[in-house]
Design a protein around this ligand. Sequence first.
Ligand code: BES
Ligand code: ZN
Ligand code: MN
Length: 503
Amino acid sequence: MVMFSYSTDPPADARADLLVLPVLEGPEAGPGIREVKGADLLSLYTDAKLRGKRGEHLLIPDTGALGVRAGAVLLVGVGPRSSIDADALRRAIGKVAPQLAKRGSVVTTFPQAARRSHGEAVQATVEGILLGSYRFSRYKSGLDGPVETDALASVTLLGPSRWDSRAMKAAVRRAEVVSDAVAWARDLVNTPAIDCTPDRLAREAQAMAEETGLECTVWGEAELKEGGFGGILGVGAGSVNPPRMIELVYRGGGKTQAPIALTGKGISFDSGGLSIKTTEGMEWMKGDMGGAASILGAMKAIARLKPKVNVVAAIPSAENMPSGSAIRPGDVLHHRGGKTSEVMNTDAEGRLVLADSLAYLTEQQPRVIIDTATLTGACMVALGDELFGVMGNDRSLIRDLLAASEAAGEPAWELPLWPTYRRMLDSEVADFKNVGKRYGGAITAGLFLSQFVGDTPWVHLDIAGPAFAEKAQDYCPKGGTGVPVRTLVGYVLTQAGAGTSRR
Ligand code: BES
Ligand code: ZN
Ligand code: MN
């Protein structure tokens, strides 16, 4: 556990093992650099042939002559002055976070490098450090060499005395809560499917709910049958690990206030079912519950930050396996609410489980519904692996989610729910087929989901690309990323009027 604090001490006076100072591209001195009088830090940085590009860093291990109280100084590039916002700081400090993790105590002027939105800069700096030092070592035995552990115990963020200390402390706390939620979502995604069955996922959710005070109901097979959840049961029918639906309720608003409704695809493993995938296609499919993990993470953060809104989540979870009891191409499933779908491809399973949870949430007359899902490879073809796709039936909700994604530094782009493509889902025997043609696959998947929300304002986030990092990123090692936990939490806080203060 790292303790974060906020202080207005001058950087040269701060006692710590490591003083971290930002350098702007040029290089130009960032805040605190000129206050170190014993040496020209910027020349040392330039002599090392560094220019201040994001993450370019120089460690000065011996501070004897520098006139600072810290044991060492780390200079870190944050990129060009014109592009320094909270996200640039999160990415720059995230890149060096594994090195900070080896020190006992760290102090930094990082947030002062952003000229506006000080609260956001403080929050982003803390998030960069916490998210960038995340590791998933649960399955390392230690027999194959030492398992890396963190030494970092305290981080002090330095700001000028004109900043509102209370607001900055609130920003630190927000970052801690959000980063903990992201780390949990990453853990769930990284946990192999053998240890993360639908039932285990439900137990994790129950334990979280108990700890945070959320209401939690787990729907087992009998309840799902009783409730008419044919999509969830159908997808789970081929597995020995039975399906579940996890319902979580957070009450922070008035009794009569309509809730924000959330759902996320929780396929604990996607083999494709009888429409089986290739070996390569299955490599990361333990991560096909990334949508569910992001909703669980968001609910955990919401429960701890206590915004003044009501939020309900219904998360469908099943394992998509081929077997004698699996659903077959041509089978017809009866969804919650009565609509039917003809399963032409058992690998298009995410939409089948979400159809049920979307229909169920719509019954509760929420103000909006947001779903997040590792839904289509087609979305990755369209947008690559950094952006998630945004589709929906309500312009202002789409705009709100795009704004939340930008503020969180989790980039997204809108795709159209083009109405004439709906024809591709026409079925001879049921209300619709579960797949369209090859082209426009992300859109036809979105159109399929849209059939289950009626007139409720709804937005769908296709996170197939960014849910899982195939190579390490600025503040995320290879594996589950926790996207879009921060977008969801940001959206909910903004709706509650408790968003990050702008100044
Ligand atoms: N879980 C996959 C989508 C996916 C693929 C996510 C790669 C992340 C990385 C989904 O269930 C799936 O198999 N989709 C099919 C749909 C097709 C059968 C219409 C796909 O994208 O190929
Ligand atoms: Zn899937
Ligand atoms: Mn699939």
